[in-house]
Design a protein. Sequence first.
Length: 94
Amino acid sequence: MPVQHTPRDSRITPRFPNMIREYRVKAGPSQRKLAELLNRGRNASSAWECGRTLPNVPRLMRMAKILGTLAESLYADYYVTFPKEGEAGNPAKR
């Protein structure tokens, strides 16, 4: 039976906005399964997705591998991109 995901408005503004949930849903594992693969409790997985906490770097790297992506793509808003030579723009998003 396919799992249905209900979008919910969060009452809490995420401290660490991320794309973990989107990549997890595409890859298929549940929060519980992802947490088991990373040797953490399901609550940790939920906290990462909601942006309340951050996984440590080794765990983030393993998570990216499990989800079939790069660690940078999970937290794209935290990586500053600088314009290429000749391009105008603000180098920092923050």
